[in-house]
Each structure stands twice: as C-alpha cells, then as structure tokens.
Write a protein that binds this ligand. Sequence first.
Ligand code: NAD
Ligand code: MG
Length: 383
Amino acid sequence: MINITLLGATGSIGQSTLSVVDLHPDTFNIFALSAHTNWQSMLQLCQTYQPTFAVMSDADAAEALSNKIQGDTVVLSGAKALDEIAAHQQTDYVMAAIVGAAGMASSLAAAQAGKRIMLANKESLVLAGDIFMQAVKDNQAELIPVDSEHSAIFQCLQGGSSGLSKIQLTASGGPFLHTPLAALESMTPEQACAHPNWSMGRKISVDSATMMNKGLEVIEAHYLFGLPSHCIDVVVHPQSIVHSSVYFEDGSTLSQLGNPDMRTVISYAMSYPDRIISGVPALDLTQNSPLEFYTPDFAKFSCLRLAFEALEQGGSAMGTINAANEIAVSSFLGGQIKFVDIASVIEKTLEQAQHTRPETLNAVISNDQNARAIATEVVKAYA
Ligand code: NAD
Ligand code: MG
C-alpha cells in the first residue's frame, strides 16, 4: 500500500485525487488529509477514508471537527501540523493541492523529507523556486508536476531532453479570450469563474481569465525544467486538448493530448512511471475539430506580460507578483476592485516593492508579507 498525504483535500484537485484513489483501493491508502475551514466536508471525508491524521489549518474548525469526529483519526490544527503530515515518516506520497502561498511551507517540508511530491501548488515554485528545487535535489525527493501543461511536458520528455530547443505551454485563453478589451471593465466574478473547459477553484479560475495562471506556469516551468524564459513559449489553444508541446532541434515536436480532466494528470503522478486507470474517457479527436492555435495578446492580458517580466527580473519579483495577485484576486472576488484593476494592482505593487534576492525561506515569507501589505494599500485607492 502507498500512503498518501492529501493537502487541500476539500478543493478541486483534492476531490479529483480522491476519485482516483477510489478506483485503486488496493494500491493507495489515504494516510492524512488537510483542509482550511470546511470541517463539515472534512468530517465526511474522515468517515469515508479513516485517515490517521486530519489537519484543519483553522483552529476553530479543528475544534469543531474534534467534537464531531468518531473513529481513530487524530485531529490536528495549524500550519505546523501541515508540515508534520507532509514530512511524516509513514507517508510515501504528498499531494500538494493547497491554493496560494499558504501551500508553500508544507510542499517544502515534503521535499525536505525526501517524499514523492505531486505538486499542484505552483505558488511553491513561484515564491521559492530555487530553495524548493535545491531541497528536492538535496533530499532525493521526487517531484512530479500536477499541472496539465507541466505534466504534458514531463511526459513528452520521458525519452530525454537531448536536442530540446523550447517548450510551449498551451493556454485556453479563459472565458474572455474573445471578449473585447473595452468590455473587460464590467466582467463579474461569476463570469470570470465560468471557465469554458476546466472546472477549478475560484482563485485559479480568475487567474485563467486574466492569464496570470499562464504567467505563474511559465515561472513554474522555468524551475521544473531548468529553462530560461526565452525557451518557454505560450500559445493560445481554446479547446484545451493539446496540453503542451516540446520542440527539438531536428524539427520534431512532441505534444501530449487528452480530454481536459485533471484526473489524467493526477493518476500519472500517482502511478509514474506506470499508468493506471483514471476514470477519464479516451479522447475522440473527431469530436474536437478543429483544434485552433493563436499567439497570445500580451496587451489585453497584461498579467502574462508582467509574469514574464518578473521572471526576467528574477529574485523577489516573482514572489511579489504572486502576493499582489492573491490580494487583487480576492479583492475582485469580494467586489472591491474591477476585473481590469487586477493587473494594475500587480504592476503598482511591483513598482513600489523593494527588489531583493531572497535566499532563505524567512526572506521569501517576509517579501510575501511586504508585497501583500503594499497590494492591500494599492487596492484601497480603488475602493
Ligand atoms: P481550491 O480552492 O478548490 O482548493 C484549495 C484547497 O486548499 C482547499 O482544500 C482549501 O481548504 C485549502 N486551503 C485554502 N486556503 C488555505 C490556507 N490558507 N491554508 C491551508 N489550506 C488552505 O483550489 P484548487 O483549484 O484545487 O487548486 C489547488 C492548487 O492546485 C492551486 O495551487 C492551483 O493553482 C493548482 N492547480 C489546480 C488545478 C485545477 O484544475 N483545479 C490545475 C492545476 C493546478
Ligand atoms: Mg495548468
């Protein structure tokens, strides 16, 4: 049996992971689960999976869960407990599926403990890419991407990367691909979260609408595959069937294709280097014609431009845009700013923040907090 710690169990990736586990009860055991505040969903999950540990990062939610829970599951609370279940001696694989910077420390704890990390939390790499990759290397951890584009590239590179000239991330373009720039002004959170192909959490859905998600993924790819920004390309592909491509010097291009369903990516991370049933039906190419590809519009999707610029600037710039983006997205979802203000909040925060080269986790966290404070002030000017 392979013991899994599932961080972010109540989220979209968490639920898809559990549905793959359900198909392979003789191979995978849920060792530990985590969630933030939703103790009612966690209670149900504990009844079904009987994990050894259940962590609620929110203390009140942990207490509510403790009062109701039956069976032998130990309930823990707080951020430190996330690190403990990620690094626990009895866990084999860690699914890092907490959203945002809140997921960074536990992903890193899994890396430091030499686990297989199935990394959905791209923010870990955006904030602390150098520190994270070094911890993976030093502790012989196994890092398997759980992001459809990066999994596609990882799969295409199984034959080796000799002669690789560039990688190309596909982007659906989100719900506003064909919306004129002038009309973006009045877009609501509900419209922004209505992704045409993928069903995801609200934060990443807004990131897809601004294309900041692709920007964060460019940075994620830089660290995962050790490539400079000029070897990372983005192409808009509204059907989300081609998940990404790798280009070689001899003129060959390899792509990975599939229905847009994260269970394929998750099951591959769980079974790598083998493959197992994921519950996703086989792709029928005739039902998806024509497949279209476009150059991204950097003027309309300025978040994508900002992410490329932050990667080129290096150091704290990437953590700064991530923090500013988290504040801007939650302010947009909370009705304080407009959709089009998200990019300008990020740009202004980047201008005002001090540029540093954080080399320790504490320096990364301090930059994250400073950038959040600046972005919060910037948002107030829009209210
Ligand atoms: P989600 O919002 O559906 O779920 C987030 C999970 O994180 C929940 O279980 C929640 O309880 C937990 N959480 C939220 N805030 C927390 C905090 N402060 N401390 C501890 N736990 C907290 O998000 P999602 O769509 O499942 O995305 C999770 C991660 O996976 C993100 O980093 C996202 O970028 C990445 N990702 C998601 C998809 C997708 O299809 N959903 C695809 C690729 C990558
Ligand atoms: Mg993705």
